[in-house]
Design a protein around this ligand. Structure first.
Ligand code: AMP
Ligand code: MG
Length: 478
């Protein structure tokens, strides 16, 4: 028996902001992967999740008692263009639970069938992208980066068509909420200010409870979301993560990374790197992410103006603008701290950081390996670093300016991972999984679950794709 103690605050408090909905029936559900540790943290019994009731819930086809499945309404700027109605087109919020640490968590499905928000889509997901979200989300979690996490991957027994026939699957996902900038935009665009206020108060109570009830809480909330988003992007930059589709509907109010579609990690360092097939202008290139995060936050700011200054929303403009200006400064500080830690220098200035990154760009050096080699250089073994930088003529001078400033060598290996989800290794694991061989996936997941510790026998997971493998391309809407 699957019994879950749900406490569905979204369904209870935000009526009118979602549609109660059921998932599609699926012919032959089978568990491909279950995050047993996460299940236990949520107070869910892994055995029950593997049983018929669990599979029914994790595909959306039948819900246990106490669930309140619903499709959330949201809008969003996609690549800069506003869509007033997106919403959960292939997803469902099953309900919320309070986890072992006392935090409220959404249990959510992706690929559970059409909803009234589906527009032209089929409401489905394929196994490859579902497992991709598992791998990359778990990698991010282990890297210490706020993220939604995968709970389960269940195949449905159906074929999903994406130009070619693919194995259908549903992802079970856990998040501290699915509130997005786009959720606010949905009600702002409709000028539904009362609902917008209810939504903001809900978001404050859920994510920033220390602000609840304060007179200036909407502006304080704005500052708080900005702080979390800037911290998040600084973390992404520090591991070479390219989100790929930073639309406002994929920007979480909680500050967690959400929506692992076309994301990927850098191999060779270059700020212009784009992986997504549809990002032709490079809007969401690696180096643009801090700017685009602020662009998204500007959109959030617009929606909060009627709450900050109810009499005349325009009066809130200077405060919103100055919060955004502060975001830029805040990011610059966070970047210095993050990249300083990677360099082993507590108070690194931009010049030291930028000149190192410029060498990486010039030499197309592997981002992850170069920083790990820097740790070895800090401990006296400069050989690997010199090799990664192809004896760049600027290296000797750079080392001379860096060495005397090294004061945090001990921490370097704890911020410079050995393992990130290498694109070719992710593809290899997903291809094998398509043929029902989960061994490469499990092996990769093992390394990614403890990314700062080198393991024997995993050398192939440390290196980029062999030269000549061609540019890596990822796809949206899969
Ligand atoms: P995403 O690009 O995954 O952030 O999704 C953007 C919007 O498209 C959301 O409203 C999704 O629910 C919707 N969507 C993406 N894929 C599908 C699909 N296969 N069927 C229906 N809706 C989809
Ligand atoms: Mg999305």
């Amino acid at each position: 028996m699957l019994t879950i103690e749900f406490d569905n605050s979204y369904a209870r408090d935000l009526d009118g902001m979602y549609l109660p909905w059921q998932g599609a029936k699926v012919p032959d559900p089978a568990m491909v992967w279950l995050n047993e540790g996460l299940a236990r943290d949520l107070g869910l019994d892994p055995e029950a999740l593997r049983g018929p009731d669990g599979l029914a819930m994790l595909t959306g086809s039948a819900m246990p008692e106490g669930a309140a499945p619903l499709a959330m309404a949201y809008a969003g700027h996609q690549f800069g263009g506003f869509s007033p109605q997106l919403g959960d087109g292939r997803a469902l919020l099953i309900g919320e639970v309070i986890d072992r640490t006392g935090n409220r968590q959404d249990i959510h499905l992706k690929g559970s069938g059409k909803t009234p928000f589906s527009r032209g889509g089929d409401g489905k997901a394929a196994l490859g992208p579902v497992l991709r979200e598992v791998l990359i989300g778990e990698a991010m979690h282990a890297l210490g980066i706020p993220t939604t996490r995968a709970l389960s991957a269940v195949t449905t027994g159906e074929t999903v068509w994406r130009e070619v026939p693919l194995t259908g699957a549903v992802l079970g996902r856990v998040a501290s909420s699915h509130l997005r900038v786009g959720t606010f935009q949905f009600f702002y665009a409709r000028q539904e200010t009362a609902r917008l206020r209810r939504l903001a108060d809900y978001a404050i109570a859920r994510h920033y409870p220390e602000l609840s009830g304060a007179e200036d809480r909407y502006l304080a909330f704005y500052h708080a979301v900005i702080a979390r988003q800037m911290a998040l992007v600084a973390q992404w930059m520090g591991v070479g993560f390219v989100h790929g589709v930073m639309n406002t509907d994929n920007c979480a109010i909680s500050g967690e990374t959400i929506d692992y579609g076309p994301c990927a990690f850098l191999d060779a360092y270059n700020p212009d790197t784009v992986f997504s097939s549809i990002d032709r202008q490079g809007r969401y290139a690696y180096g643009n992410q801090p700017v685009l995060a602020r662009w998204n936050l500007a959109r959030l700011g617009e929606t909060l103006m009627p709450l900050i200054a109810p009499e005349d929303p325009q009066q809130a403009l200077p405060e919103v603008q100055s919060a955004l200006d502060a975001a830029e400064t805040r990011y610059a500080t966070l970047r210095r701290k993050k990249f300083g830690a990677k360099l082993g220098v507590t108070m690194a200035g931009d010049a030291l950081i930028d000149s190192f990154l410029d060498m990486l760009t010039a030499q197309s050096a592997d981002f992850t390996q170069a920083f790990r080699a820097l740790g070895r250089a800090a401990r006296g073994d400069e050989g690997p670093l010199v090799a990664h930088l192809n004896r760049d003529p600027r290296l000797a001078d750079w080392l001379d300016s860096w060495r005397p400033r090294l004061d945090a060598v001990e921490g370097m290996d704890a911020v410079n991972p050995v393992y990130v989800p290498r694109n070719h290794k992710v593809e290899e694991a997903l291809n094998a999984a398509q043929s029902e061989d989960m061994a490469p996936f499990e092996r990769l997941l093992t390394a990614l679950s403890d990314p700062f510790t080198r393991r024997d026998g995993f050398d192939d997971l440390e290196t980029p794709a062999p030269e000549g493998a061609g540019a890596y391309v990822t796809y949206c809407g899969t």
